[in-house]
Design a protein. Structure first.
Length: 289
């Protein structure tokens, strides 16, 4: 535990534990984020983090999580400071602590406009644009670009390998947790797995992601049947501008409602469409990459 003062108010920084989740949920609601307690809980289960606690009231007034993917990458996420405590250095302090937790891992995050100036000062550089698409699923122009089948337990290794190729780090644990909570479909070409799409409950409805595919038609072939199976239901997809999927998602009823700036530290090559045989067409989430 470390104690410090932000302006004249004393705060403790403590390890983020499940007992802090209810207070953390109140902070994300204040920031108008859609997370449910279950969404926080899943992210915490994959992460280490800190809470800043008001020394007088014991109230959680700030959060940060660092999600490691082996030694190859980590995301920093759920960076929130209570609006009564902003502009006093607490966000920077939480980020410093999270970067210490990450050690030498290259870092990724998706910045809101609130967070961007802080991350730039900390050496993060913009590498892409994340587009948040969501809404009530409408009719879908289905794209045939391979065979799409439900994934089973026997497909887990192939899915983890595809994700590793696209993401550049091993997210096996994340994919296992997603499989426990949702479902997954596989894209096959010539009988071989070449892509996948995961689906799970999140926020106001369900989220499609991650989606990994060899090309945009493959991504549409995976996403289309999921949208078609949820008429009138609230769905969300976080894609990147370079995938070109945005207009097609909007045509399917999932409007562009915002997003964020994908950033990395140290700065490296761009996210999204990559020279690898497969690319990420939808994020697991803005928090988890
Ligand atoms: C982003 C957020 C966590 C920042 O917390 P904070 O406690 O206000 O941040 P700090 O007071 O430590 O400020 C961080 C730095 O950014 C700078 N900064 C903040 N807003 C700025 C702006 N609009 N333009 C330029 N610099 C700005 C501050 O001057 C400070 O720089 P310094 O450390 O060199 O003095 C807070 O605004 C927040 O919770 N927003 C809502 C949730 C959110 O969007 N989180 C980010 C998710 S990616």
């Amino acid at each position: 535990m470390s104690k410090n003062t932000v302006r004249n108010k004393a705060v403790h920084c403590l390890a983020f534990e499940p007992k802090h989740l209810t207070d953390a949920l109140a902070l994300s609601r204040q920031a108008q984020w859609p997370h449910r307690l279950e969404d926080w809980s899943l992210t915490l289960a994959l992460s280490e983090g800190l809470v800043a606690v008001d020394a007088e009231t014991s109230q959680v007034v700030g959060t940060v999580l660092m999600t490691p993917y082996g030694e190859d990458a980590a995301t920093i996420n759920m960076v929130i400071v209570d609006d009564g405590w902003r502009g006093q250095g607490l966000g920077r302090r939480l980020m410093d602590e999270a970067m210490t937790l990450a050690g030498d891992r290259p870092l990724r995050l998706v910045a809101t406009s609130d967070g961007l100036p802080l991350y730039e000062k900390l050496g993060f550089r913009e590498v892409g644009t994340v587009l948040q698409h969501q809404g009530e699923a409408g009719p879908v122009p289905l794209v045939a670009a391979g065979e799409v089948v439900p994934a089973g337990a026997g497909d887990r290794a192939a899915i983890a390998a595809l994700d590793r190729q696209a993401f550049g780090a091993d997210r096996g644990l994340l994919l296992e947790r997603f499989a426990e909570r949702g479902s997954c479909t596989l894209l096959r070409r010539n009988g071989a797995p070449v892509g996948f799409a995961a689906l799970r409950d999140f926020g106001r409805g369900r989220v499609i992601g991650p989606v990994v595919a060899p090309d945009a038609d493959g991504a549409k072939a995976l996403i289309g049947p999921i949208i078609a199976a949820h008429p009138g239901k609230f769905l969300r997809v976080d894609t990147t501008a370079d995938t070109g999927l945005g207009p097609w998602l909007a045509d399917c009823g999932l409007r562009h409602v915002g997003g964020g700036i994908a950033m990395r530290r140290p700065a490296s090559t761009a996210t999204g469409i990559s020279p690898a045989p497969v690319s990420t067409y939808a994020l697991a989430s803005q928090a988890l990459g």
